[in-house]
Design a protein around this ligand. Structure first.
Ligand SMILES: *[C@@H]1O[C@H](CO)[C@@H](O)[C@H](O)[C@H]1NC(C)=O
Length: 258
C-alpha cells in the first residue's frame, strides 16, 4: 500500500515537472500572444487590460524592514500597458485571511518566506498582503476563478503569492547593485545611470527606480507575459513610468544605523 501511494505521488510530481503546469489552471498554448504587444481579446491566456505586470520592491530604511542585505517585496501589479492601472477589481474576492488561506493550501514554506521578505513597514503583514491581493491581484484577469478547470476557492490567491515570490527570487536587486559596486553607504552617492545599468543587467530591460528625498527606496521590474500570469512566459520590458530619482547624488542608505 505504502509503496503504491508513494509511487503515485512520485508520478504526479514527475508529471508536474514535465508540464510545468500549476494544477488546475487551464493550460495555454505556447503560441499565446504576448501581452501589451498584441491586440487580442482578454482571455485566460492573454493578460488584458492589465498586460504589463510589475514586480515591485522596497528598500525601507526608516524603519528598516527585512534582512539588511536584501530588498523586500511590494507586490505584482497589472498595468494597462500605458502607465494607468485598474485596482480593486473584485470585492467578493478581497480576502483578508491570507495567512489562513496559505496554511490551508499547505503553503507553509511560502508563508515563512513572506514573513521574512514581504514585510509591512508598520509590522502589519496580514493587512499589507490583503491590500496587495485585493487592490492588484484581483485585477489579473488570467487568474480569475473561471480560468481554472477544477477550481477550489482561493486557489488563485495561493498561486498569486507563490508567483510573486518566485519572480522576486529571480530579481535580487541588492546583489545586482552590490556586484556593480553600488552598496549602502552613509557617505557615498550614486548616479541614476549607474543604478539603472546595474539593474538592466539583472532584468534584461531597464527598470524603474524610485526615490524619496533623494534616497533610493523602490524598484519596479516590468514584464509582458505570454499565456497566464502563473505559468506563462514572462518577458522583461521597459518601464512605463519615469524615474522619480535625481540624475546624480542618489543616496542608498543602509538599513542599520539609522
Ligand atoms: C478565508 O475567508 C473567506 C471569506 O471570508 C472564507 O470563505 C474562507 O473559508 C477563508 N479561508 C480560510 C482557510 O479560513
Amino acid at each position: 500500500m505504502t509503496s503504491y501511494t508513494s509511487m503515485g505521488m512520485l508520478a504526479l510530481a514527475a508529471m508536474q515537472l514535465v508540464t510545468g503546469a500549476v494544477a488546475d489552471l487551464k493550460t495555454c498554448p505556447s503560441s499565446s500572444p504576448l501581452s501589451c504587444q498584441a491586440s487580442s481579446q482578454a482571455s485566460c491566456c492573454f493578460n488584458s487590460p492589465g498586460g504589463a505586470l510589475l514586480q515591485t520592491q522596497f528598500w525601507d530604511t526608516d524603519p528598516a524592514t527585512g534582512p539588511s542585505d536584501s530588498w523586500t517585496i511590494h507586490g505584482l501589479w497589472p498595468d494597462n500597458c500605458d502607465g494607468t492601472y485598474e485596482s480593486s477589481c473584485d470585492s467578493s474576492r478581497a480576502y483578508t485571511n491570507i495567512t489562513d488561506i496559505l496554511k490551508a493550501q499547505g503553503r507553509d514554506d511560502l508563508l515563512s518566506y513572506m514573513q521574512q521578505y514581504w514585510v509591512d513597514i508598520n509590522g502589519d503583514d496580514e493587512s499589507f498582503w490583503a491590500h496587495e491581493w485585493g487592490k492588484h491581484g484581483t485585477c489579473i484577469n488570467t487568474i480569475d476563478p473561471d480560468c481554472y478547470s477544477d477550481y477550489s476557492p482561493q486557489q488563485e490567491v495561493g498561486d498569486f503569492f507563490q508567483k510573486v515570490v518566485d519572480l522576486f527570487k529571480g530579481l535580487d536587486t541588492y546583489k545586482a547593485l552590490s556586484d556593480a559596486g553600488i552598496k549602502p553607504s552613509s557617505s557615498k552617492t550614486y548616479s541614476r545611470s549607474d543604478i539603472e545599468a546595474a539593474l538592466s543587467k539583472l532584468h534584461g530591460a531597464e527598470a524603474y527606480i524610485g526615490c524619496k528625498s533623494g534616497k533610493l527606496n523602490q524598484v519596479w521590474y516590468f514584464f509582458n507575459v505570454r499565456g497566464n500570469a502563473i505559468d506563462g512566459k514572462y518577458q522583461a520590458t521597459r518601464p512605463l513610468s519615469d524615474s522619480s530619482c535625481p540624475k546624480s547624488g542618489i543616496k542608498y542608505v543602509a538599513k542599520s544605523g539609522n
